[in-house]
Ligand binder design. Structure first.
Ligand SMILES: *[C@@H]1O[C@H](CO)[C@@H](O)[C@H](O)[C@H]1NC(C)=O
Ligand SMILES: *[C@@H]1O[C@H](CO)[C@@H](O)[C@H](O)[C@H]1NC(C)=O
Ligand SMILES: *[C@@H]1O[C@H](CO)[C@@H](O)[C@H](O)[C@H]1NC(C)=O
Ligand SMILES: *[C@@H]1O[C@H](CO)[C@@H](O)[C@H](O)[C@H]1NC(C)=O
Ligand SMILES: *[C@@H]1O[C@H](CO)[C@@H](O)[C@H](O)[C@H]1NC(C)=O
Length: 179
């Protein structure tokens, strides 16, 4: 199966597991009310062999998810900014995958988020600023390509170093290369 199809299958499985989760709901309730009322909206797909990228519209599938554990899979690509639209999300565990790029800063604005963990991926850049009662420690960011900010060393150090490297290149170019 093509990689993106595998990811889509994983997402569709998530969607139906969520529906199964709420199958105890009384028939007089609408699905939406039922989804809102069902506790917990947990979805644990950890330790599977799911791979491929997560769709950017993931919140359409997982709009009411509260606990989502996708740890120890082979998901790759960027963490979709769409997670910021999962407004009920309390716990998001993306540990031990192959995610790359930056963490979308908007994830910091999910007001209910308490646990956020992306250890053992290939992420870089600034970590989100969480508002409210989030206790994200540096362990939750461990073993990535180069994250900074939050509980980790500030990002300025990295960008300053980059400026010096750039300046070094310029000096080398103009001072040492024949014109
Ligand atoms: C996903 O897994 C399948 C089957 O193991 C493999 O053929 C495919 O190359 C993998 N895709 C990615 C993006 O790793
Ligand atoms: C999500 O986006 C894909 C295209 O990227 C589309 O095929 C799919 O129907 C969308 N799903 C929902 C639930 O919006
Ligand atoms: C998030 O929700 C807003 C408002 O409903 C919508 O405009 C936006 O496209 C959504 N973003 C994603 C990534 O799903
Ligand atoms: C987090 O807040 C600090 C200080 O206000 C700011 O410098 C930084 O850019 C913010 N990071 C993100 C990812 O928004
Ligand atoms: C943080 O948690 C405490 C107790 O759990 C609660 O009283 C307080 O309102 C919370 N603050 C925010 C900003 O959610």
């Amino acid at each position: 199966m093509a990689p993106n199809h595998r990811a889509l299958v994983a997402i569709i499985v998530m969607f139906f597991l969520l529906l199964l989760n709420i199958s105890h709901c009384a028939s007089i309730q609408t699905d939406i009310d039922c989804l809102r009322g069902a506790e917990p909206h947990g979805l644990d797909l950890s330790n599977n062999m799911f791979n491929g990228t997560l769709p950017s519209n993931i919140s359409r599938f997982l709009e009411f998810v509260v606990n989502l554990d996708l740890s120890s899979n082979q998901f790759s690509g960027e963490i979709p900014v769409g997670f910021a639209n999962c407004t009920y999300l309390n716990n998001l565990n993306l540990d031990s995958n192959q995610f790359t790029g930056q963490i979308p800063p908007l994830i910091g604005q999910v007001s209910r988020i308490k646990l956020f963990s992306v250890a053992n991926n290939k992420l870089n850049g600034p970590v989100p600023n969480f508002s409210g009662n989030t206790s994200v420690t540096k362990d939750n960011y461990a073993n990535n390509a180069g994250l900074c900010g939050g509980p980790l060393p500030p990002c300025q150090a990295a960008s300053k170093r980059k400026t010096w490297v750039l300046l070094g290149d310029v000096i080398r170019k103009y001072a040492f290369e024949p014109h």
